[in-house]
Design a protein around this ligand. Structure first.
Ligand code: ADE
Length: 410
């Protein structure tokens, strides 16, 4: 059972999957190592991830380890239809690009109708749907992204988490690389593909200075943009200041920026009142998981006209005839207007997902209804596999150094 845009695209999807796999050596190496024992035999996995060529490599690893998989997309606009078609030849797939909110929810329900015993999610929509559905039969799950972990910790705090969850996002081998270098590169990739404009000399305002904001700001600076940061957390704001960025509040930034990129995971960080203050021609793009960061509703409710001027770029005419441009409808720009993170960074995130699924199957009986981190030894294993895949060799501590590191007398 399956529903994708066009099953005829599967040959192209397979080519993209093969390209990703060739650049995800860490994941494929771990998958090969673990899969000999079929550690996921008997597991029915409900998966809600952006359906990309990189996700196809993870699904391949999960199937190879013996799991049965039902997959839906993690955003109505992020599915790569060719990859969905390819995956539909191997697993149950409920994903196509350009879904309505209703269709998106329908796909989540289809995944739950598969009667999964474990979940893999990005953004926690599937976890939340499972909880509304009373989460029967589900013994554990994992979560890919900051926003999803926030929602799951809220469930845990209220004592309502129905099964143990591994917060893959909180692994260093995930957020230090995926959130920073992955989103840093792919968000600019999406904005550049959509707008085809020069970043050098452009005033870019990055809203939020977590790992994603840091990555976006660093990469924009590297492309020659003049970068300002808006951040309400004093420690992060101080960090941005000492990293050499101009730091201001949204009001101040609104009047001076050309391109605004949100990366906070919060609601309405660019409210309509700020958009109204922006210069004619300002561009708005979002790097966060949900389309809540830019006040798109407020913007459209005041609009005198809206038209698509390029794929993924809507021109919005404001009262007074000023124009602003919205990239990807305010949804996650790297996946809507580009292909998401590159495979060589997703290999680490998805190696963590793969190992989390195995750990949950093996250990769920010993785990509580809590949000768990990723153990240091798994971090080491993933980092070593990634280094090997990149041809980087490192040394090791001597016995003498190990002893010195543990002593207080010396
Ligand atoms: N999230 C960001 N980039 C991604 C990708 N390439 N595949 C799956 N999920 C992603």
């Amino acid at each position: 059972m399956t529903r994708v845009a066009d099953e005829g695209l599967s040959k192209q999807g397979e080519k993209n999957y093969r390209w990703a796999r060739a650049n995800m050596g860490a994941l494929t190496m771990l998958a090969e190592k673990y899969s000999k024992r079929k550690p996921l035999e008997g597991v029915r996995l409900g998966v809600c991830l952006h359906v990309t060529k990189e996700t196809a490599v993870l699904v391949d690893a999960l199937l190879g380890a013996g799991a049965k998989v039902s997959l839906s997309g993690a955003n109505p606009l992020s599915t790569q239809d060719d990859v969905a078609a390819y995956l539909a030849t191997r697993a149950e797939v409920w994903a196509w690009r350009g879904q309505t909110a209703k269709e998106y929810d329908w796909c989540l329900k289809k995944v739950l109708a598969f009667r999964p015993t474990q979940l893999v999610d990005d953004g926690a929509d599937l976890h939340v749907a499972a909880h509304r559905d009373k989460a029967r039969r589900i013994v554990g799950g994992s979560e890919e992204t900051t926003t999803g972990v926030v929602r799951l910790k809220a469930l845990e705090a209220q004592g309502k988490l129905a099964y143990p969850v591994i917060a893959v996002n909180d692994a260093k081998t995930k957020y230090l690389f995926d959130n920073r270098y992955g989103t840093g590169q792919s968000t600019l990739d999406g904005i550049m593909r959509a707008t085809a404009l020069l970043l050098a000399g452009m005033k870019v305002v990055v809203v939020g200075y977590g790992w994603v904001g840091k990555g976006v700001a660093m990469r924009a600076k590297g492309m020659g943009a003049r970068v300002a940061v808006v951040e309400v957390d004093p420690v992060k704001a101080l960090e941005a200041h000492l990293d050499g960025f101009e730091v201001s509040d949204m009001e101040g930034a609104a009047r001076s920026g050309r391109l605004f990129i949100t990366a906070t995971g919060q609601k309405n960080v660019v409210p309509y009142e700020s958009i109204r203050e922006m210069n004619d021609g300002a561009i708005l793009a979002n790097a966060g998981h949900f389309d809540v960061e830019i006040d798109v509703k407020g913007l459209l409710s005041h609009a005198k006209g809206v038209k698509e001027v390029r794929p993924h770029v809507d021109e919005v005419v404001l009262p007074g005839r000023k124009k602003v441009y919205l990239v990807g409808k305010g949804r996650i720009a790297n996946l809507v207007a580009a292909e998401g993170h590159p495979p060589d960074v997703m290999q680490m995130s998805f190696a963590n997902q793969f190992l989390a699924a195995i750990r949950l199957h093996k250990d769920h009986g010993k785990m509580q209804r809590k949000v768990y981190g990723v153990p240091a030894q798994v971090e080491d294993e993933v980092a070593r596999a990634a280094l090997a895949s990149m041809g980087v060799e490192i040394g090791a501590q001597t016995e003498e150094q190990r002893a010195y590191g543990k002593s207080w007398e010396q």
